[in-house]
Design a protein around this ligand. Structure first.
Ligand code: IVH
Length: 701
């Protein structure tokens, strides 16, 4: 019997998978090749947060404590005066106390009620709400001084973003001047690429034989991070501005609708159509839905509506979390859904042997791309929905990214539609499968499909970070050079590698160098890289920190597997928490059994023989006089050092870093664009260092 509610175990697995996707997309974003819109990234985060909440994952271990960043190499980073947060969302998958799905209007009513409580409003007091479209673009923060645009910054990680002033000015996407504005103000809004201009740009690309851009949002993100400005003025980028989070010497209206009007009157582009001030929740929902119907007819993409408290005086009282303010909420439109025919099913085998069904579809255009493959989740889902080959199925993109089959249209089932059989054997190696809860696994770690996936995972940035170890190389390493285990990678030589397809001598040398660098990453990275079930990044860090070395870890695993009661009780006691936070008995059984298995032991032995560091890395602290015990505050962009690297050096020398300047601060290290922290340092008479002076103090000059 399957139960309707997911088990804690299934939730943990989903959480780990989401974490992996989030890391992947964050890395892609950082590398300047984002594959998904911000909003889709936010959706993944939302589901992650929902599961993390339900599972009680401690704040320090949560991925959502660190937002993604749009930082691009070569752009100066600027700290936001006020963080750029996300928005909380009304979501169709929210459940009430009895596990029943909650209608959006019920969720909105709850949200409004909570605002009323927080504002201590009397029963008959009014709380007007302002409703405006949620533009699917790139958020930007603009600073105007005496009406002149002086700086434009991307959202970045929410605390600091990239300086795109030159790009914005060249693209003429926001006004250079505002009329009749004295004083200083920060204005936020959304950059977007109007459809007609975007399509004209794509037509030009196609005419010159270049690849067209996938969608306007990704196109905007790419355009504003161009280092070469030529041509930006012809692209036709535009913006809608919607918020003034900070101002000085400016008299602003007291409502959100007033601010939009005020901005518009001064020459700022604001979206004035289809906004409304409403009080009744049903009217808000009706307004959102009626605007949703116009979605396809607009010149810009919207992914929902934003409902905001209209009176700005309430904002400070309502406050914010680290993720979103409490004065607004997003009303997201449901994702696009299309019908198409299921032509067949392919079986995928993951790095830990999980066998998943993938739908092969009659190609169909969906939310901007042509979809021919989609996830069928797992075989329990396939059976529950009774999906058959030949059926007409409904497809949508989860979080706007990953196509998935969500339903089947029974009435269109043709005669002879074939049921999808659960595999009894692994499609790659033929081993008999094992069933664990809702998943089917290939139990043989020697399975070629698993080996390939594990080799790929081993080299990933979050694992051993081996640059150049991509899919096509891994396939060749397996097929041509017979590499099956990660430890064997370290024995590769330039002569062997340079014989492979698309591998010149230079790339071969680079790979050998990358492998050499990977030798020193330490036990936590090695553990994560080995793709042992249930050993995600946090678990790897915890195991490495607790055991200190692979030797101690493997010795313990042997004791655990042999049933040594004290070993078992120390890490995973029957109740409560053992030495490793959050490690349940069942999970511990899997982890230590796998660590103690012959294949994993052989890989560890191979890694040791290849000179890979199998001890936990510990920061080497060599205290330096003048730094040890002192508190530093870093601000602005340093000429060569990244802020994290500078902080790390200070810590290694025994110093501390803090986020804000106070009387207890010993030094402020200031780079370009150092803002209020530098002013505060001067006010308090705190010593100010530049990068060179810091390096001298650290003895690294
Ligand atoms: S209000 C605290 N109003 O949506 C940030 N945001 O998913 C809320 N967005 O980062 C700002 N249209 O970039 C606001 N009319 C609108 C918006 C809007 C698009 C973006 C914004 C924000 C993201 C959150």
């Amino acid at each position: 019997m399957e139960s309707a509610a997911p088990t804690v175990h299934a939730m943990r697995l989903e959480l780990e998978e989401l974490a992996e996707q989030l890391r992947y997309h964050e890395a892609a974003y950082r590398a300047g090749r984002a594959e998904i819109p911000d909003a889709a990234f936010d959706d993944l985060f939302d589901r992650y947060a929902e599961l993390a909440d339900a599972l009680g994952v401690p704040a320090t271990e949560r991925l959502d404590a660190r937002p993604g960043s749009d930082h691009t190499e070569g752009f100066a980073e600027v700290e936001h005066r006020i963080p750029m947060l996300s928005l909380e969302k009304l979501t169709p998958n929210r459940k009430d106390g009895r596990g029943e799905p909650m209608a959006l209007d019920a969720q909105l009513a709850l949200w409004v009620e909570r605002r009323r409580q927080d504002l201590e409003l009397a029963k008959d007091a009014r709380l007007p709400l302002f409703v405006e479209p949620k533009i699917d673009g790139i958020s930007v923060s603009l600073r105007y001084e005496a009406g002149r645009l002086v700086q434009a910054v991307t959202r970045g990680d929410g605390r600091k973003g990239d300086d795109i002033t030159r790009q914005i000015q060249r693209a003429r996407a926001v006004p250079d001047r505002l009329v009749d504005v004295e004083g200083s103000l920060e204005i936020r809004g959304e950059l977007y690429w109007p459809r007609p201009a975007f399509e004209a740009h794509n037509a030009r690309l196609k005419a010159s034989g270049e690849e067209p851009i996938a969608n306007p949002r990704n196109g905007t993100a790419g355009m504003i991070k161009r280092k070469e400005l030529a041509g930006l003025e012809d692209a036709g980028l535009a913006s809608f501005l919607y918020q003034v989070p900070w101002s000085s010497g400016v008299a602003l209206p007291s409502t959100q609708s007033g601010v939009l009007r005020w901005l518009g009157e001064r020459g700022a582009p604001v979206y004035a159509g289809h906004t409304a001030v409403l009080e009744d929740v049903a009217a808000v929902v009706a307004h959102c839905e009626s605007f949703g119907r116009l979605r396809g007819t607009l010149a810009f993409d919207i992914d929902g509506m934003v409902v905001k408290v209209e009176e700005l005086k309430h904002y400070a009282v309502l406050g914010a979390t680290g993720h979103h303010p409490h004065w607004g909420i997003a009303y997201k439109f449901p994702p696009e859904r299309k019908a198409t025919v299921l032509r067949g099913v392919e079986l995928g085998v993951g790095k830990s042997g999980k066998i998943t069904p993938v739908a092969l579809l009659e190609p169909v255009g969906l939310a901007g791309t042509v979809v021919s493959r989609a996830s069928l989740h797992n075989f329990v889902e396939v059976a529950r929905k009774d999906i058959r080959v030949g059926d007409t199925v409904l497809v949508e993109k989860a979080g706007d990214i990953i196509p998935q089959v969500v339903d089947v249209v029974r009435s269109l089932r043709p005669e002879g539609a074939e049921a999808i059989a659960r595999p009894t054997h692994c499609p790659a190696c033929g081993a008999s499968v094992v069933v664990e809860e809702i998943f089917i696994h290939c139990p043989d770690p020697g399975c070629p499909a698993q080996r390939r996936e594990r080799l790929l995972h081993f080299g990933q940035r979050r694992a051993m970070a081996i640059d150049g170890l991509g899919e096509s190389l891994v396939d060749q390493l397996v097929e041509t050079l017979g590499i099956t285990r990660p430890d064997a990678l370290f024995g590769l030589e330039v002569a062997q590698l340079s014989g492979l397809e698309r591998m010149g001598r230079k790339s071969a040398e680079n790979l050998v160098r990358a492998l050499d660098a990977a030798r020193g990453r330490g036990l936590a990275k090695v553990l994560y890289a080995l793709a042992i079930r249930h050993v995600g990044e946090t678990m790897s860090d915890d195991l490495a920190a607790y055991f200190g070395s692979a030797e101690a870890l493997l010795a313990f695993a042997r004791r655990y597997v042999e049933g040594d009661a004290s070993a078992v009780a120390s890490v995973a006691p029957e109740s409560g928490s053992g030495a490793i936070e959050g490690l349940a008995r069942k999970t511990a059984d899997v982890i230590f059994r796998e660590l103690d298995s012959a294949p994993v032991r052989a890989v560890f032995a191979g890694l040791a023989a290849a000179g890979v560091k199998l001890d936990a890395l510990r920061a080497v602290r060599v205290e330096r006089e003048g730094v040890a015990g002192k508190t530093f505050v870093l601000t602005g962009t340093l000429p060569t050092l990244k802020r994290d690297a500078a902080a790390e050096m200070i810590k290694e020398a025994g110093g501390k870093t803090a986020g804000s300047v106070s009387k207890k601060t010993d030094y402020v290290v200031a780079g370009d664009d150092a803002g209020s922290k530098l002013d505060k340092a001067k006010e308090l008479g705190v010593a100010v260092l530049d990068e060179a002076a810091l390096l001298a103090l650290l003895g690294r000059a």
